[in-house]
Design a protein around this ligand. Structure first.
Ligand SMILES: Cc1ncc(COP(=O)(O)O)c(C=O)c1O
Length: 399
């Protein structure tokens, strides 16, 4: 029996004020839709912030979860765990990389990568090589290391001091890259397509120069594929659309099929950095999450969801391009597979609120960017429904 009303008032009473939640009580999800307890249906163009790659209620995912939960839910990393071995092997097969470490979230994957990069530099006799850099406008997470790489006032205000020897290179600015990196640099972290930053793709010339400098100065290139990975941009990892092999790849969000799971995946060069006890986690690589992740990856390949993401993404882009000819509110459209960012002439929050009234869930990021991260499995008709709804909203605005 329900004892508490799920509304914004009780939310304020119960929780620290971290989140701006939708005032919806969700009963269940099916495909690309969420259903509320009052019987309404909402088209979900956010998919748990890029987590639910194959939509809600996929029977293959449910079967994998229930089967593994029936065997054991947790036994710890003191044991060999089948689903972990299976998922690790699948990730290595997909990426062509050498080693995996599992954790529970994106930010934990970033922490592991920072630690690995510094320890690698130290093991190679260079204890001065401590500096870890990222690109402006990036987002890498909320824990201290990841937050220090995400040094925008909004994320760090009141939490200083940050982790020392962290810094930022201007996004796509080759001069700044050349000025910032040195033989003290242990790693540069790159989102090949920035997510929270508003869907911006790093440039090919920037990556080409980064690659040259990494070889010359001996720092690691770390790809943050937490939002852009698992097929969302049309390839399993977005970096493979560039001429570069990162030393380390961070994955999370959809990796556990909706359950908490993160990973770092690295090259042979860095295979020996960690030793028993040097880094670890109680829950990392939870077997139920790994079984779910495997089922999700199998579904992505079986249903050709990467190809589908490219096609549906194109349909969404063309839809917005048409709208942009009618409405001055649309300033820019950026789309890579099913990572879509539309810059508008006001706070994007306005459109989130209007779309909610019309039962479509969209997201706002970077103040004036409408961000869409629908399930990769979304039907064309449902993607079109989102465009048509926004068409209506733009048309209803006073000139
Ligand atoms: C690119 C990127 N890196 C890291 C993170 C942090 O992941 P988590 O929220 O699982 O800690 C996010 C989350 O939005 C992300 O988009």
């Amino acid at each position: 029996m329900k004892t508490i009303d799920l509304n914004l008032e009780t939310e304020q009473q119960l929780f620290f004020h971290n989140y701006a939640r939708f005032p919806l009580e969700i009963e269940y999800g099916k495909g690309s839709f969420l259903y509320t307890t009052d019987g309404s249906r909402y088209l979900d163009m956010i998919a748990g912030i890029g987590v639910n790659a194959i939509g809600y209620g996929d029977p293959r995912l449910l079967k994998a979860i229930t089967q593994q939960a029936g065997r054991y839910i947790h036994i710890s990393n003191l044991f060999m765990q089948g689903p972990q071995f299976e998922l690790a092997s699948r990730l290595l097969e997909i990426s062509g990389l050498s080693k995996v470490f599992f954790c529970n979230s994106g930010t934990e994957a970033i922490e592991a990568a920072i630690k690995l990069a510094r320890r690698f530099a130290g093991q190679n006799g260079n204890i001065e090589k401590r500096e870890v850099l990222s690109l402006s406008n990036c987002f890498h997470g909320r824990t201290y290391g990841a937050m220090s790489l995400t040094a925008k006032p909004k994320y760090v205000d009141g939490f200083e001091p940050l982790v020392p020897e962290t810094g930022m290179i201007d996004f796509n600015n080759i001069d700044d890259l050349e000025n910032k990196v040195s033989d003290r640099t242990a790693a540069v972290f790159v989102e090949f397509v920035q997510g929270e930053g508003g869907i911006h793709r790093v440039s090919e010339p920037f990556i080409a120069r980064l690659k040259e400098l990494a070889a010359q100065l001996g720092f690691l290139i770390v790809a943050d594929e937490i939002q852009s990975g698992c097929g969302r941009t049309g390839t399993f990892f977005s970096y493979s659309q560039f001429d570069v092999q990162p030393d380390l790849v961070c994955a999370a969000k959809p990796l556990g099929g909706g359950l908490p799971l993160g990973a770092i995946i690295g090259t042979e060069k860095i295979a020996g950095v960690f030793a028993p006890g040097s880094h670890g986690t109680t829950f990392g690589g939870n077997p139920v999450a790994c079984a779910a992740g495997l089922a999700m990856i199998d579904a992505i390949y079986a249903d050709n969801l990467m190809e589908k993401a490219v096609e549906t993404g194109k349909l969404i882009r063309e839809g917005f391009e048409k709208l942009a000819t009618k409405y001055r509110q649309i300033l820019e459209i950026r789309q890579y597979g099913l990572m879509v960012g539309v810059t508008v002439d006001k706070e994007a929050k306005y459109y989130v609120e209007q779309a909610l009234k019309k039962h479509v869930l969209i997201n706002a990021t970077s103040q004036n960017v409408i961000r869409l991260l629908p399930p990769l499995s979304i039907d064309r008709a449902d993607a079109q429904l989102c465009i048509d709804t926004l068409d209506e909203i733009f048309s209803e605005e006073k000139p």
